[in-house]
Design a protein around this ligand. Structure first.
Ligand code: PAF
Length: 281
């Protein structure tokens, strides 16, 4: 596995591979890798000739009171995991390399972000889109792989690629879960052992929603109320949101039909967790 930290070197390498007609599968991450990231690598290996992973904790997508400084980092462990998973190139730039000058342009996402995490984390998707535009221009991927755990990110990135004509196919990949249903996340390390048990309420409440919908419930409000009660009765977590929208347009659904996204965010002492399910009705 090659490790590259300079943008120019990365671009030169990519140009060589492209010249040789190779397809590139790209897995952008913020590191502290877990099985979720590694499943993106497996998908990328199936589809592309060369797998590039980036590890970059992107300061632009964290709000002033969020966890940028304490976001978990362990590059030595990540390098080993990426290598074992079969990553060909690990792109690991410094903040100063990625953001040499940020005075002239500000990317602002104006649709899809007034709901879910976008409404709770102002500016977050501006930062995500900014870094992805840069990473896509550096890596020039044929395919880019994103976990479905952040469904709003998938929706925003798909729209961005369409609107700005990036010749990249976005491939959403299933969420990887612990045996008890808790979605794998770099931020799970912030949970106490008691909270780790309690955090299973996210997935359990989503399963409750799924059952209600399968039994014929079509009213979003009633589903949200039942999920809220379930979470409040089974954990100390504070609900940030529980919302139901069409996917990928993220519009309210008077009656549940089509691609339905049920998504939630719950705060524990030191961490806010998100999860969702996508249903086809
Ligand atoms: O999902 C993430 O880890 C980040 O939002 C991403 C896509 C790597 C952009 O920084």
């Amino acid at each position: 596995m090659q490790i590259i930290t300079a943008i120019k070197e990365m671009q030169e390498k990519i140009a060589q591979y492209k010249h040789n007609g190779m397809t590139i599968g790209f897995v952008p991450t913020m590191g502290f890798l877990h099985e979720g990231h590694l499943s993106l690598v497996q998908e990328a290996k199936q589809k592309a000739d060369l797998v590039v992973m980036s590890i970059f904790v992107n300061p632009l997508q964290f709000g002033p009171n969020e966890d940028y400084d304490r976001y978990p980092r362990d590059i030595v462990r990540d390098e080993q995991l990426a290598k074992n998973a079969g990553v060909d190139i690990l792109f690991y730039p410094e903040v100063t390399e990625m953001y040499k000058d940020t005075r002239y342009f500000h990317i602002s996402v104006s649709g899809l972000v007034d709901v879910l995490c976008g409404s709770k984390r102002p500016g977050h998707f501006d930062g995500v889109v900014t870094v992805l535009i840069k990473l896509f221009n550096i890596v020039l991927p044929t395919y880019a792989f994103f976990g479905k755990k952040d469904a709003q990110q998938v929706a925003v990135v798909m729209k961005m690629v369409e609107e700005f004509n990036f010749p990249i196919k976005i491939i959403p990949v299933e969420t990887v879960r612990e045996e008890d249903g808790l979605a794998k996340s770099s931020r799970n390390v912030y949970l106490t052992s008691e909270e780790k048990q309690e955090a299973t309420v996210l997935y359990k409440s989503l399963q409750l929603a799924k059952t209600l919908i399968e039994e014929g419930e079509t009213n979003s409000r009633s589903i949200i109320e039942k999920m809220t009660r379930f979470i409040q009765n089974h954990s100390q977590g504070n609900i940030d949101y529980i919302e139901i929208y069409s996917f990928p347009n993220l519009k309210p659904l008077p009656n549940l039909q089509g691609h339905v996204l049920v998504a939630l965010a719950v705060r524990f002492t030191n961490v806010r967790l998100i999860d969702n399910i996508l249903l086809e009705i």
